[in-house]
Design a protein around this ligand. Structure first.
Ligand SMILES: Nc1ncnc2c1ncn2[C@@H]1O[C@H](COP(=O)(O)OP(=O)(O)OP(=O)(O)O)[C@@H](O)[C@H]1O
Length: 821
């Protein structure tokens, strides 16, 4: 914990020229976000354009005595002709054409957070405020103002921010355009709140993940393959957050740009699956407390979603591949942060990399610099391809209005203003077949299907030819000598067939397709205003009580909540010896809020929800998903006819017939099956996935139990000092019940795992043993899958041999009665 002693003021991480140029009565840097990017819920197109006009009326645009200098050619006012975004997407326009010619500037938005209780207590006043939708103005120097694509006041929800600042980037990524969304701001300004959020207000990352699956569902003409990676840059070292063994990874470069060597990528099948990976990664992220933020991020994190897609009805169409980077930067720290030791070291790394980011942005916005120092930090090196203009970028600057942060906020505003001038060219990437994982899988599936057909028909391409009696004699001897062997080979052949089927199913289900089974002749337009993402009221109501709130602010209802630890840092209590422990628990709780979607549903909900028929060619699979989750169907029963993929979409049809049916995923089915006592179907390969997902739930529940237990411990300590505090008593009771319930759920899931055939000694009922088994089995499954892939080619050869043997057997049988002279 930082000491409260005052320290000499460190120089700001950002150095900008003193603003001096008058902008002739215009606000600098204004550029409207096209109306097509505004969500129906937050902005109607007409409202957006009137807001553009409104923002330009002379009475609203006040002369600036101070404004950052900017080159004339880069300066864009909001006149219609200077808007460089593409034309609005309409249901009849060609989206890919739109993307081809798009040329944009970085989208820059500013988000205010409310004054915190601590700031209010300290006597802070509002130093900066949102003056309308696009302007940030200084309270003390009203002539000092900056204009951005959008300014979000403290009452704006993260959902509102997402709709304006991130949705178009996510939509672009689904169409092959690289995208990057990052939150930037000083420590405690609300970056993590914006990017990750909590269960009451999900952040940009969970909303984006949800939206991605919505888009898949709404794009029946294409099929998708999604992979995720998650890394942190801590003290200029890159660590893999999906793989604890992946430490100090190196950045490499190839023709496509920079990449992290050896980073783990996971194919994801559902929003819950992706969010569980983030949640697991968050457990590994470095966090700590400083005197501004109990839960300060000590590292930059980059969550990357790689999206591959190809047309379902056109095998020859190129595959598009794009990356969506969702970045939660660590906050810049000033001398006020008053850190010592480790925190100071971390802070200096954070400031240095943010300084490099600032320099890179400044040089890019200048447009004339011959050298851009991307290599000066890991962050800019990894973002090189995005920052150099190959993709869409949205920068969300988070700021506090507090007067004690006036200078830091001003620096953030100037940084944001410069970023506004960087031009980008958002064009979709198209990749060659050989580089595409989706094509590789598709081809492999087709080949395997053909092999399977051959096996089924007992036909081989090059039959033996018997030309003379000697051959016949040899063959007959072989038959007699190998009767037994052949018999066992035939049995093996059956097993090979089953394995082949399993592999086909496994590969097929990695490819995500919409459950909408009609594939129109032409690529349909996604409606401009997509269905609004919702995590479902029931689902949120179902979540456990909000964590003990040490946060005083709530952006959904603007209520001010002061929790028991809210004054921790202000009062100095935060420097207690267990400060770090408290911090970690709270941070975990905060991060874990994303696991909301993994929560077990109430039994009654489960029984009320329709369960799709699992009697398809393979078993249902997946992880529990919330109400309102997009129902992307990883249809294992996809069939190939003449090399084409046809979806039976049986589940989709069933669900569509019931207007009240709760959207479900295979995950939902699995969980339904679990609580109803139905065993997962006995297909080895899909079973492994089901087990993985069950294990994930157990792990998360275990984490939650641990968290609740530590909260309970702290409450008990408090209760010991305040024996008359009935509220504490009630909270403790509630926690106990919660722990009890979670244990019950864990036990139920463990029983299912064990009951599903994963060997475990009957006596091994203890939690620790189950956990170990779960972990080992998970590793075993991963290895088995790797091995399966590696040996696939060998298996195909082996199967060909077996087919030949079978043919030989049949062929010789037809000569049984021929007498050899
Ligand atoms: N828009 C907002 N509405 C309500 N509360 C907010 C908002 N933004 C941030 N907060 C609260 O302010 C506190 C600090 O936010 P957060 O941890 O997101 O800051 P940060 O910028 O990520 O800090 P750091 O760089 O130190 O990690 C948290 O308690 C958070 O819940």
């Amino acid at each position: 914990m930082a000491s409260s002693a005052s320290k000499p003021r460190a120089s700001s991480p950002f150095r900008f020229r003193k603003p001096s140029t008058s902008m002739n009565g215009k606000l600098p840097g204004y550029q409207p976000i096209p109306s097509s990017y505004q969500s129906s819920s937050s902005q109607s197109g007409s409202k957006a354009s009137s807001y553009v006009e409104r923002s330009l009326t002379p009475s609203r645009v006040r002369s600036l005595s101070q404004g950052p200098p900017m080159s004339a050619q880069k300066f864009r006012l909001s006149s219609g002709s200077s808007v460089s975004f593409g034309s609005p997407i309409t249901p009849t326009s060609d989206r890919f054409d739109f993307l081809n010619r798009a040329k944009e500037n970085i989208s820059v938005t500013v988000r205010f957070r409310p004054l915190s209780a601590r700031e209010i207590q300290r006597g802070d006043e509002v130093a900066w405020y949102a003056d309308g939708d696009t302007t940030v103005r200084s309270e003390y120097h009203t002539a000092t103002a900056y204009a951005y694509d959008r300014v979000f006041g403290p009452a704006t929800t993260t959902r509102g921010v997402y709709d304006v600042a991130a949705q178009h980037v996510v939509g672009g990524a689904m169409e092959g355009v690289n995208g990057t969304v990052f939150a930037y701001g000083v420590t405690s300004s609300g970056k993590t709140h914006t990017m990750h959020g909590d269960q009451k207000s999900p952040g940009i990352i969970p909303l984006a993940v949800k939206d991605v699956f919505n888009i898949i569902q709404e794009t029946p003409s294409r099929e998708f393959l999604l992979r995720v990676s998650y890394l942190e840059i801590y003290n200029e070292v890159i660590n893999d957050l999906l793989d604890p063994a992946g430490q100090n990874l190196r950045v490499r470069e190839d023709a496509q740009g920079t990449y992290v060597e050896g980073i783990k990528e996971e194919v994801v099948l559902s929003p819950a699956h992706a969010l569980s990976l983030i949640a697991a990664g968050e457990e590994l992220r470095h966090v700590g407390s400083n005197n501004f933020n109990l839960l300060s991020s000590r590292s930059h994190t980059i969550f990357t979603l790689t999206v591959e897609s190809s047309a379902r009805d056109d095998d020859d169409e190129e595959v598009t591949l794009s990356q969506l980077n969702l970045i939660d930067l660590a906050g810049s720290e000033s001398s006020k942060t008053e850190t010592t030791g480790l925190r100071r070291k971390e802070g200096s790394y954070i400031n240095k990399s943010l300084l490099t980011l600032g320099t890179v942005i400044a040089k890019l916005s200048d447009g004339k610099a011959s050298h851009i120092p991307y290599r000066d930090s890991k962050l800019t090196r990894l973002l090189q391809s995005s920052l150099s203009g190959h993709g869409r970028i949205s920068l969300i600057c988070t700021i506090t209005p507090a007067s004690s942060n006036t200078e830091e906020t001003h620096n953030t505003l100037k940084f944001a203003h410069r970023a506004k001038c960087v031009e980008i060219h958002a064009a979709p990437n198209r990749i060659l077949d050989e580089k595409s994982l989706i094509k590789k899988y598709q081809k492999e599936i087709t080949n395997l299907k053909q092999e399977l057909d051959q096996l089924k028909r007992g036909i081989i391409e090059r039959p033996f030819l018997v030309t003379n009696h000697e051959d016949l004699l040899t063959l007959r001897q072989q038959l007699e000598a190998g009767q037994v062997k052949l018999q066992s080979r035939l049995e093996e052949e059956e097993q090979a067939k089953a394995a082949l089927m399993g592999r086909i199913q496994r590969l097929t289900k990695l490819i995500l397709v919409s459950t909408k089974n009609t594939i129109p002749a032409s690529i349909p337009e996604r409606p401009v205003y997509r269905r609004r993402h919702s995590f479902g009221e029931e689902e949120l109501a179902y979540l456990p009580d909000k964590r003990r709130d040490f946060t005083f602010l709530d952006d959904e209802d603007e209520s001010i909540m002061v929790g028991p630890e809210s004054d921790l840092s202000a009062s100095g209590k935060g420097e207690s010896t267990n400060g770090e422990e408290v911090t970690r628990d709270e941070k975990k709780s905060k991060r874990r809020s994303m696991l909301a979607w993994f929560k077990l549903r109430r039994n009654e909900n489960l029984h009320a929800s329709p369960v799709a028929n699992g009697d398809t060619e393979s078993s249902p699979n997946g992880s529990p998903a919330p109400n309102g989750s997009p129902m992307v169907h990883f249809d294992p029963a996809l069939d190939y006819k003449g090399g084409r993929r046809k979806s039976h979409s049986r589940k989709g049809e069933e669900l569509s017939t019931d207007p009240f049916s709760e959207p479900t995923t295979q995950a939902g089915e699995l969980f339904s099956a679990t609580v109803r006592g139905r065993r997962p179907p006995p297909t080895g390969t899909t079973m492994a996935d089901q087990m993985d997902l069950l294990r994930e739930q157990v792990k998360m529940l275990a984490g939650e139990v641990a968290f609740c237990t530590s909260s309970l411990k702290r409450l008990s300590e408090q209760a010991a000092n305040n024996p008359d505090d009935f509220q504490l008593e009630a909270q403790m009771q509630k926690l106990k019940e919660e722990i009890e319930e979670k244990r019950r759920q864990m036990q139920m899931l463990e029983e299912r795992i064990i009951g599903s055939g994963e060997a475990t000694p009957a006596s091994a009922s203890s939690f620790e043993l189950s956990q170990t088994i779960v972990k080992l089995t998970s590793q075993l499954n991963e290895k088995a899958f790797d091995l399966e892939i590696k040996t696939a080619d060998n298996r195909i050869l082996q199967e060909q041999l077996q087919a030949k043997a079978r043919f030989l057997h049949l062929y010789l049988q037809s000569f049984r009665h021929v007498t050899v002279p």
